[in-house]
Design a protein around this ligand. Structure first.
Ligand code: KIV
Length: 305
């Protein structure tokens, strides 16, 4: 595929946002997503926060890329997702945009950017589309207020992904980073929230940290694609955080993470080897240096005298 952003922008996107064009693959659309669900084809979603992570997602041919507010912890070093703001998210989403051509790019609405009113939510979502080229946005929660925000954004013509179960922006209120819906009443609330988000027009919903058996019970009641993270195998697709699946973090992370690489260790080893080479004067070697014609060097010596 082309490594340079080149194509014109699709309708609805600001002309300042360039979307790279890959002639070999169809861009993911909402009808295509719904069709994949109908055919029972597993949907693949991953988070990305910058150009290289976007390129990795593109190369793997994933269906959906989420510029998650998990960026707060994975790339910005906060201990929770709440501190990340809209400007941070726009910078990250623009970098991801430059690396993606085919997956549907979804921008997470950060905490504080949509809670105040439907109007605030629409304004934020419009900025994610116009200024960063997001094809859709995601918001957390399925209570009355987030459902109203989702409806308003959909009404403004922007596709919305919902998110129920463990919603990290409200983890304090949920009693910490732990599985949700572990009793009948709590599981029924998740079902009500998911149905309300679907009814509000969400094109898909993330189920996070929900018992697999609960997910299995809820799936037949939902028509839109359900993407799970720690919600078992019954969902239409799975999402993992880029840094969790590649081991770019300290510690193992949540129980549901499967680690496919250990890049933090690789990075540590690489930087340590470089530091040692510099200290022992093993780097740079002759192969890393530029040459100058000896006559020019002689003239320089004269000039310096
Ligand atoms: O921000 C994020 O990465 C997410 C996923 C865990 C779904 O919301």
């Amino acid at each position: 595929m082309s490594s340079h952003p080149s194509s014109p922008t699709p309708a609805g996107h600001s002309s300042s946002v360039q979307i790279p064009h890959d002639p070999g693959r169809l861009p993911m659309t909402l009808p295509l997503l719904a069709e994949k669900k109908r055919l029972g084809e597993p949907l693949v979603m991953v988070t990305a926060y910058d150009y290289p992570s976007a390129r990795a997602a593109e190369a793997a041919g994933v269906d959906l890329v989420l510029v998650g507010d998990s960026a707060a912890t994975t790339v910005l070093g906060y201990s929770a997702t709440t501190p990340v703001d809209l400007n941070d998210m726009l910078v990250l989403a623009r970098a991801v945009r430059r690396g993606l051509s085919t997956p549907l790019m979804i921008g997470d609405l950060p905490f504080g950017s949509y809670e105040v009113s439907d109007e605030q939510a629409v304004t934020t979502a419009v900025r994610m589309v116009k200024e960063a080229g997001c094809g859709a946005v995601k918001l957390e929660g399925g209570a009355e207020a987030p459902v109203s925000r989702a409806r308003a954004i959909v009404g403004a013509g922007i596709p919305v992904m919902g998110h129920v179960g463990l919603t990290p922006q409200s983890s304090t209120a949920l009693g910490g980073w732990k599985a949700q819906g572990r009793n009948a009443k709590a599981a029924a609330r998740i079902a009500r929230e998911a149905l309300a988000l679907q009814e509000a027009g969400c094109f898909a919903i993330v189920f996070e940290a929900i018992p697999a058996a609960v997910t299995e019970e809820l799936m037949p009641h939902l028509e839109v694609p359900i993407i799970g993270i720690g919600a078992g195998p019954a969902t239409d697709g799975q999402v993992l955080v880029f840094h969790d699946l590649l081991g770019i973090r300290d510690g193992l992370g949540p129980r549901f993470v499967k680690r496919y690489a250990n890049l933090q260790e690789e990075m540590n080893i690489g930087v340590q080897a470089y530091a040692e080479d510099v200290r022992l004067r093993r780097y740079p070697g002759p192969e890393h240096t530029y040459s100058i014609d000896p006559s020019e060097l002689a003239e320089l010596r004269e000039l310096l005298r």
